[in-house]
Design a protein around this ligand. Structure first.
Ligand SMILES: [Fe+2]
Length: 480
């Protein structure tokens, strides 16, 4: 029998798990639902089935996927857990069996040899396959419409270990650039596996290379021809854990290092770059321009997500992420990375018009913290649209205490121009038992939502969202 949940900042308030699966065939919409929106908005997050008695981390809950389907002038919704081996074992037992992040020292002996997978970090459509991903495991496939869990995607037995939670899909070519870190386990050599998977699901390039240390690699910056893999000084160390320190920690004073190589290159092509220690898990976009790689990223000089290596803990305020531009010389004249701040607002997940991922973009979207002490715990209370060319910001505040999810771009049916469409975000208003999917004009966020899809209960705060338009070839299987 399920027990009441612990009093933990990531298990209460905006984060309190709802723990049920639902289907709503025709949700109430306030305002005008645009008639040129035809597609699906997916959102995943961490929604533990059982209370974790040994402690908890925000990234440690079972993956729950929500799908909002915009078709025929209505919005339907479905949500389902990602049915991993971990989920099945714990549901059978009626309690949490795994320690935090699957720590064997605090896991129930019955799950020895069972893969720790939550599938909770991102939900991506590629080659017609809906992929629930977390780092540490291969992608697990879900039915794009029913959200039933299928099986692991191993690409013909080629990828059986860790996969990226942030593969980059280049919608111009259909290629997906991915990687895995900790592929030899926490005690093995710190190697990275990189691959290109084409629009038909074929691996067209794959190689491994040695990382400078066991760094948590959450994203890679990809342009039309290049890949830049960042190694933040966020290190996993069993040695430190054995001495009673944190297993995963921000190593103060250590530089960030970057592996730069051609998208279709090999390990022998890698050039290493370096800059002072940066926390960078999410990029807005990256592209090539005049012999340079330009990357617009959410970055900070530390992080509160994990403890520091000396046991101290940074605060959200000290380490708030802001939009910075990194410029890298591709000709090899210098290994320096130039950094400038484009906007110093406290943001979480920056996003472009995904159709232009890896190509030059001007517009960006993010959820934003205006008045919360800690946006991750208390809620990111606003959303922002950046015009990185003019520097203009375009903000909407949902009121103090609101929790806004990732703001993603959704193209108008048939549009091709950058930012010609809408932007949407899942919002939990303060002190409310409802949630809304707010839909904005993509270039006038400040005007407020043109439509609000009302979900008559509270959806917990989550992680990544993606919108797939029905006129994009990648989404065809859902709307055929
Ligand atoms: Fe992420």
């Amino acid at each position: 029998m399920a027990q009441p949940f612990s009093d933990h900042p990531y298990l209460t308030g905006h984060h309190q798990p709802m723990r049920f699966e639902a289907h709503a065939p025709d949700l109430i919409v306030e305002g005008e639902l645009p008639d040129d929106l035809h597609g699906v908005f997916y959102r995943t997050g961490s929604e533990p089935l059982y209370d974790p008695p040994e402690g908890y981390h925000w990234f440690d809950g079972d993956g729950m996927v929500y799908g909002f389907f915009f078709e025929d002038g209505r919005v339907s919704m479905r949500n389902k857990w990602v049915r991993t081996e971990k989920f099945d074992a714990e549901l059978t037992a009626g309690k949490r069996l795994f320690g935090v992040f699957g720590d064997p020292a605090t896991s129930d002996p019955s799950v020895q040899g069972v893969r720790y997978n939550t599938g909770n970090t991102n939900i991506i459509l590629h080659n017609g396959k809906l992929m629930a991903v977390m780092e540490g495991c291969p992608a697990i496939e879900m039915d794009p419409r029913s959200l039933e869990t299928r099986d692991y995607l191993d690409y013909g037995g080629t990828i059986t270990g860790p996969f990226s939670a942030h593969p980059t899909v280049d919608l111009t070519t259909g290629d997906m650039m991915s990687y895995g870190w900790m592929i030899n386990g926490p005690q093995g050599k710190p190697e990275i596996r990189y691959e290109v998977i084409d629009k038909n699901g074929q691996i067209t390039n794959q190689f491994t290379f040695e990382a400078p240390y066991m760094s948590m690699v959450h994203t890679a910056l990809v342009t039309e021809n290049w890949v830049l893999v960042p190694f933040n000084p966020l290190e996993v160390s069993l040695e430190r854990a054995m001495k009673g320190g944190p297993m995963q920690a921000w190593v103060k004073g250590r530089n960030s290092r970057f592996a730069l190589f051609p998208r279709h290159g090999s390990a022998s092509d890698i050039r290493w770059l370096e800059m002072p220690g940066r926390h960078m898990f999410h990029e807005l976009n990256a592209w090539e321009e005049d012999g340079k790689l330009i990357a617009d990223v959410a970055a900070a000089n530390g992080t509160a997500l994990f403890p520091n290596d000396d046991g101290s803990q940074s605060t959200h305020g000290d380490t708030a992420l802001e939009l910075r531009r990194w410029t890298i010389d591709l000709t090899g004249k210098t290994n320096d990375i130039k950094e400038e701040t484009l906007n110093d607002r406290d943001i979480q997940f920056p996003r472009p018009d995904d159709r232009m991922m890896t190509r030059k973009t001007r517009h960006g979207y993010a959820n934003l913290n205006l008045n919360s002490v800690d946006g991750r715990v208390d809620g990111m209370d606003g959303v922002i649209h950046f015009d990185t060319k003019s520097g203009k910001e375009d903000i909407y505040h949902f009121g103090n205490g609101a929790g806004c999810g990732e703001l993603v771009f959704a193209p108008k049916t048939g549009s091709t121009e950058e930012a010609d469409g809408y932007a949407m975000s899942l919002i939990h208003p303060a002190n409310s038992n409802t949630t809304e999917l707010a839909i904005f004009q993509a270039q006038d966020v400040a005007a407020g939502p043109v439509a609000r899809v009302i979900i008559p209960y509270r959806i917990p705060s989550g992680f990544h969202c993606n919108y797939y338009s029905a006129d994009g070839s990648l989404a065809e299987p859902i709307f055929a």
